[in-house]
Design a protein around this ligand. Structure first.
Ligand code: HEM
Length: 384
């Protein structure tokens, strides 16, 4: 990705223009969750978070949702996004740089070939979505405000290289917008899953988070209205909860490789020759007791400086969104929708695990997901 060309697509101003799409999609999720709250029936909330992020990333990156929240089930293309993501993550672990995708596509293992076919089909879907954007003038007027859509795709279409003034070509646009879907959908839903799980397991922390929210939004204590992100940004406990679950369960837990400099480098006392891919797995760093005392403990307050550990050091070792110049470009967008969703859910419902004894683990080596299906029970909260 040409970072300098697309950086403005992820600026604070852009975040504000994406917010109506978050609210639109969140309203659909809330309608669904209201249905479960009215019956009190246990259900798999993570499944619904997945549908939510799929529709949301469709809105933002491809200019349309997949209709999965309304249908209540994944669409063909949402499955393709997941399979493409597995393919991308596998190729990301190969040491062939830009050629890793091509090399993996040659591996004659049926599973890998199935993932590769899914990737091609998904890229074709992204092509059609982009073509529609260029040819169907009406699609540009579908923003809730009635003006031209201001989603990530539009920002990319408008982006100019600050030095050359050139815009992205069609193929580049297709590649960029489709890789955003893959990067943003499951990472966000997994994060909301862990936040829900840990808050249910730690009722005192959940109550403190609700109290902070009620104090901040006295006019919206039952989460009836969308919550403006500008005001949420001052809510420390929810933000610290997000950091803490990303420390404990980073969706991308393996090492994101970087090449050592041509002259080589001494890393942790060992000389590494030039051009060698090195990296630190976020999952291992997050449990490093010398940085995060009692690393297996869920303790959001450690990020406020009132718990254990040195906050500056903890932050500099935090790898949940990667590190350095290639760190996650969507961090601001992810934090925006995760915080808005969790705040609304916490204000609107009493959330409990169906099985309070549940101990959730992780599975997969690509995206770290919960290792089993589990249910929560929702009840509408009454106003104070
Ligand atoms: C909580 C949700 C998310 C998590 C935990 C996450 C995590 C990550 C991580 C660990 C990386 C690798 C960084 C590195 O190599 O140092 C990454 C890269 C990336 N992420 Fe995210 N991400 C999330 C959400 C999103 C969203 C919502 C988007 C898009 C809107 C996005 C777009 C990207 C892109 C484009 C890259 C590649 C950046 C590059 O190579 O320059 N991510 N993300």
């Amino acid at each position: 990705m040409k970072r300098r060309s697309v950086a403005h697509a992820f600026s604070a101003q852009s975040l504000a223009s994406f917010e109506p799409y978050v609210d639109l999609t969140l309203d659909k999720l809330i309608r669904r969750l209201d249905g479960f709250a009215s019956t009190g029936k246990p259900f798999d909330i993570y499944f619904w978070f997945e549908l939510f992020t799929m529709d949301l990333m469709g809105e933002l990156a491809l200019g349309d949702n997949f209709g999965v929240l309304e249908a209540g089930q994944p669409a063909r293309y949402s499955k393709l996004v997941e399979l493409s993501q597995r393919f991308a993550n596998m190729s990301g672990m190969l040491p062939f740089g830009r050629n890793s995708v091509r090399v993996l596509s040659w591996v004659p293992i049926p599973y890998v070939q199935m993932l590769y076919r899914a990737r091609l089909e998904y890229l074709d879907y992204a092509r059609v979505a982009l073509e529609r954007r260029f040819t169907d003038a009406k699609r540009e007027k579908v923003a809730p405000s009635g003006k031209q859509r201001q989603d990530i795709m539009q920002r990319f279409i408008d982006a100019q290289d600050p030095e050359t003034g050139t815009k992205m070509g069609f193929d580049e646009l297709r590649a960029e917008t489709s890789s955003l879907m893959v990067a943003g959908a499951s990472t966000g839903s997994v994060t909301m899953n862990w936040m829900t799980y840990y808050l249910c397991k730690n009722p005192a922390i959940k109550q403190s988070a609700i109290k902070q929210l009620e104090d901040m939004f006295p006019e919206n204590t039952t989460g009836d209205d969308p919550i403006p992100y500008t005001r949420l940004q001052h809510l420390s406990l929810l933000e610290h909860t997000e950091l803490e679950v990303l420390r404990l369960h980073p969706p991308i837990g393996y090492a994101m490789p970087r090449d050592s400099p041509p002259q080589g480098a001494v890393i942790a006392g060992v000389f590494i020759p030039g051009g060698v891919a090195v990296g630190v797995p976020a999952a291992a760093m997050g449990r490093n007791a010398s940085v995060y005392p009692e690393p297996d403990r869920f303790e959001p307050d450690r990020w406020a400086g009132s718990g254990s550990g040195d906050v500056t050091r903890m932050k500099s070792c935090f790898l949940g969104f990667g590190y350095g110049t290639r760190q996650c470009i969507g961090r601001g967008i992810a934090t925006q929708f995760v915080m808005k969703t969790m705040a609304r859910v916490l204000l609107r419902y009493e959330v409990e695990l169906e099985d309070p004894q549940l101990v959730l683990g992780t599975k997969e080596f690509t995206i770290q997901k919960p290792d089993r299906v589990y249910n929560v029970i929702l009840r509408r909260r009454s106003s104070k």
